[in-house]
Design a protein around this ligand. Sequence first.
Ligand code: SF4
Length: 429
Amino acid sequence: MRLNYTFPNIPQMKGFSVDVENVGDKLISKAHGSKALIFGPLFKLYFAYHGNKRLKALMKTEEGNIYSLYLPPMPSRAHVRHMETIIRNLLFKETRPLAATIGVTSRCQLECAHCSAASSSRVGLELSKTEIENVIQESVDIGVTNITFTGGEPLLRKDIEELVAAVARRDTVALIFTNALALDEKKALALKEAGLTAVFISLDSSDPAEHDRLRGRNGLFLSVKEGVKNAIRAGLAVCLSTYATNESVRDKKLSQITALAADWGVHEISVFDAIPTGRMIHNEEIMLTKESHLAILKEARELNRRYNGRLRIVTQSWTNTRSGLAIIIGCLAGHFQFHITPTGEFTPCDFTPLSFGNVRTNSVGNLWQKVIEHSAYRHHCQKCRMQMSSFREKYINPISPDAHLPYPIAMIDSHEGCAGVKKQGSCNF
Ligand code: SF4
């Protein structure tokens, strides 16, 4: 596939374009126009990095090569939009989001103790299909190129295929997090048909009995295995989503999950840190130690080398520590990403139980602006805010254990007596 990338919305890049073609694992680019000498080398470097021996394509689809499930396939229209948002942020100092997670239902067949969506977010009327479609359009309008449906369990929504299609027809990548219980052959095919790119399936352990115990449902592990098979057969990319605890890092559980994932033909593994949120909001003892962050980073690096492009492991420790890519990526909240709960509350990320308002009474663009202008989010933060004691002391600890989540940040600010005006660029916690 060959695609011509142009950026008509960036005045400084008018007259510049670049042809991008996928040839096997690689991407070949050729710049055109009067500004080819200025911008061409940057694009050449970027595209040449994809498909080299350290970043092989995980999957080749009609939409383009997939190098990570966090990036749109390349070349694709979604990726043109992705590049536009990146350029506006990096070269022209704008702050536009790339990714949105949207909770489409609070309902779930399971009651996992570690669920980040748990607690009183289940109170209130869920967003309707029309409301979610509006949210999708408003998110795309401010730059989002990657929309992930979460829950609860998103597959419990009867209109999930229509929601996926609403994302895909806007040149945006649609992804779903699922526990796989409802991911049968028919559902996987229907989602692919609607335009879904990938499923993220939760797996807490490579040991069937342990996974079932942690999620309180016998036979769940088998559903995960079946769900992976059905998704791959349907042509979807598959990521296993798991989380790291100090114990799992010590026991090298990631290596065991990776062996299983390779055997099942999974494309990527996403490892989140155990974060005190949801039902565990005040259980800070679950947080990873510095040693665990470094250990999982090392284990993931070794595994990525060993599996050599057959599948990829992406850890939160890689994005949030200086030994990884924290200088560029860091905390995604209010930087690249936001979250909307099933009842429309707008939060900086799906792990942060702080509401900046509701999409029923405010636009996505205004709510995003509120986040990036708030003193807690107006600077780039290299670490996960939800794991920083200074952030938690100020914004999380004051939340009562029985409060409805997400909690309005305005209530915390009003207690503080300062709605947060600190110098831009400085870290205020
Ligand atoms: S607070 Fe930042 S780093 Fe932590 S989970 Fe949210 S987005 Fe990710």
